[in-house]
Design a protein around this ligand. Sequence first.
Ligand SMILES: Cc1cc2nc3c(=O)[nH]c(=O)nc-3n(C[C@H](O)[C@H](O)[C@H](O)COP(=O)(O)OP(=O)(O)OC[C@H]3O[C@@H](n4cnc5c(N)ncnc54)[C@H](O)[C@@H]3O)c2cc1C
Length: 424
Amino acid sequence: MSAAARGARDEEPTVDSLPKKMKILISGASIAGPALALWLGRCGHDVTVVERAAAFREGGGAVDYRGRVHRTVLERMGVLDTLRGLDTGMGEQSVLDPSGRELLRLPASFMSGELEVTRGDLARTLYEASLPVARYVFGDSVRALAEHAAGVTVEFERGATREFDLVVGADGIHSTTRRLVFGPEERFRRDTGWCVATFSTTAPAHLGLRDRGVLWNDPGRMVGLSNLLGEDGAMMVFHAPGLEFDHRDTARQREIVRERYADAGWEVPALLSSAATAPDFYFDSISQIVMDRWSSGRVVLLGDAAWAPAPGGLGNGLAVVGAYVLAGELATAPDHAKAFARYEERMRPYVAKCQKQGAGAGRFLAPVTGRQLKQRNRVYRMLCRRTMQSFFERLTVRTAEAIELPAYGLPLLNRPTVGVFPQS
Ligand SMILES: Cc1cc2nc3c(=O)[nH]c(=O)nc-3n(C[C@H](O)[C@H](O)[C@H](O)COP(=O)(O)OP(=O)(O)OC[C@H]3O[C@@H](n4cnc5c(N)ncnc54)[C@H](O)[C@@H]3O)c2cc1C
């Protein structure tokens, strides 16, 4: 498509005047929540973000952004330059066999995309950018929601009951908002059969990890070690079909990792000590969320809560693009019902493509048998060839760009609302 044609499409629809000011509750302060809070706050809405964790959550592995759509949204949010300054600058990744011998080297662009930052840096950047226009409440959660003609009555686990015009569930794969409004998680969660853990660690010096990484595998298990901006971090992905665990029981999750890697060689025994104690330990199943609809009345879902695509499915891109589209539709549609319908219409084909891309993540990161591992490494070798490299890059960028982004005319700067919405 020509730049002119793209520009023309970018022009519709636009916000004529500032929308009616609404009281909006967002549940979840990771990526999707703060991204939406920034836009809604700029539009003049009274925004409260409630986060279950007692304080802002650090941690997580590296996340990447690719292509024009991601770039445009981050630029319009005003965070692109900050994020560029936080780029991990990650270089090559060595793929190792079970004994730790190097088999091949993956080029930087393979994993890191156009812009790579840690999830913690990304979340903090979005949180800080939205602070002037949104109120954050940590250490609380929605307990019950009751919709009526004029709004939604929200009961919290700790805070007083309050009234809102709209409620947005950006509370991740195990969303409480989704459970309360749409039903139990099991109805929507599709487990792929793999799990992921990330945590900070101290990598052995002899690996020489400065600005590069290593990927170790034996059948069904992967360990990634890298040094991102001076901090060593580990990522473990392992095959565990049918594994049941309580997503809020971190002690049990640490035990699961220890059990699953107890007989692993290489540097794994030392890493297990970090997994047992690291304060930023993160663990989950690699799952997708699949739903027929993302809104019901005055409640709408965003990010992983609505459509978790699994790693490799550009979940962080979906979260910020989804926030932009939802805010844009709320600013330009005649009412919230039409806005939610248009948001869904625009996002659904994009989400489907990203989910398709993310579906094979576990199988690719931690092949189950020795034979599959060899096959995966053959694919890696093929992708290292220069011609295949650019083909692979084009493929992932094509998915990241598979949405037309309206301009909406959303305010590009925070208006001086500090003091109007004091931070809790
Ligand atoms: C600490 C952390 C580390 C992560 N690390 C990785 C990783 O290494 N690899 C990976 O693939 N993905 C990781 N993720 C998930 C990744 O951030 C998401 O897949 C993606 O960015 C989409 O973001 P999201 O905001 O929709 O959901 P999430 O990032 O999952 O955020 C959901 C937020 O909602 C909060 N929340 C949950 N329940 C409630 C509730 N009842 N009330 C209020 N708040 C609630 C959570 O604490 C969290 O802050 C991590 C998430 C977190 C929170």
